[in-house]
Design a protein around this ligand. Structure first.
Ligand code: RIB
Length: 294
């Protein structure tokens, strides 16, 4: 039986423009391309865990507009349970993504249905309890994050929290967290060194990551060299891949190394969901000896 990961979070349609450089305030630039992709941190992370080999599911909400079907079709295509996507009256979550020639991006999100995911149902709580790992982010209300993480904590399901878009995290949520995954900006804004969590993984882009385990110290996770085309979803790939690895019992350090390779591969293609690598692609990038040693 493969390891089980449940994600409670957002599902967005990403409206992506590619520009040479991101416009300054008040400036207009012409895009080189425009594409529509499935995205959202919750959906991206669930797919990353799935492609890493876990039995991953996503609990999320979509609207009643035409974009909802794009996300439902994506969930089905990945072999996940589309009945866990609630239909809420109104718009589906939407992300306006601009990527530049260096692969950097900026993103504006409109929560839409994500903002209406306030609590879990009994069936959804059972799914969280039966999982090895729960992942949450903050593109959905705190109430559903608190519901999910406290349910997981009571059942012994490991909790991975990716607190992005960054905002203060309440103490009830923090108390249930096993692993907090942040980027360097979020680490600074949340002052993660002062937070009472057992493990903090800080991603550092092309510099890899650091893993701090309380009582054991900090280790550096190296980065694989790559040329970035589009960094959208790289953090989500890291989170989903890491969760899939710890769900199958791998150590945090080995899981972070594997996730770092997965994230490095994801920046080599455009779009969030299309660029998330399979387990095979990550193992191929590592080479047989490295796979053995992890
Ligand atoms: O992390 C990338 C994601 O952030 C995009 O897919 C977009 O939908 C936003 O949620």
């Amino acid at each position: 039986m493969s390891a089980r990961v449940t994600v409670v979070g957002s599902a967005n349609v990403d409206l992506v423009t590619r520009v040479d450089r991101i416009p300054a305030p008040g400036e207009t630039v012409t895009a080189e391309s425009f594409d529509i992709y499935a995205g959202g941190k919750g959906l991206n992370q669930a797919i990353a865990a799935r492609r890493a080999g876990a039995r991953a599911e996503l609990i999320a909400a979509v609207g009643t507009d035409d974009y909802a079907q794009v996300l439902i079709d994506t969930v089905i295509a990945e072999g996940m349970d589309a009945t866990l996507l609630r239909r809420e009256s109104g718009t589906t979550g939407t992300a306006f993504v601009t990527t530049d020639a260096t692969g950097e991006n900026n993103i504006v999100i409109v929560p839409g249905a994500n903002g209406l995911l306030r609590h879990l149902t009994d069936v959804e709580r059972d799914l969280v309890r039966e999982s090895d790992v729960l992942i949450c982010q903050l593109e959905v209300p705190d109430s559903v994050v608190e519901d999910a993480v406290t349910t997981a904590w009571k059942a012994g399901t490991k909790v991975v929290l990716n607190p992005t878009p960054v905002r203060p995290v309440n103490s009830a949520i923090l108390a249930a967290v096993d692993v907090l995954i942040v980027n360097e900006h979020e680490a600074e804004q949340l002052q993660v060194d002062l937070l009472p969590v057992p493990c903090v993984l800080t991603t550092l882009g092309s510099n890899g990551a650091t893993l701090r385990i309380r009582g054991e110290g900090t280790v550096r996770i190296p980065a694989r060299k790559t040329i970035a085309i589009d960094t959208t979803g790289a953090g989500d790939t890291f989170v989903g891949a890491f969760a899939a690895e710890i769900a199958r019992g791998v150590s945090y350090e080995a899981a972070a190394m594997w996730a770092s390779i997965a994230a490095s591969l994801s920046v080599e293609e455009q779009g969030a969901v299309p660029s998330i690598p399979t387990r095979r692609a990550v193992d191929d990038a590592l080479g047989p000896e490295r796979v053995e040693s992890l």
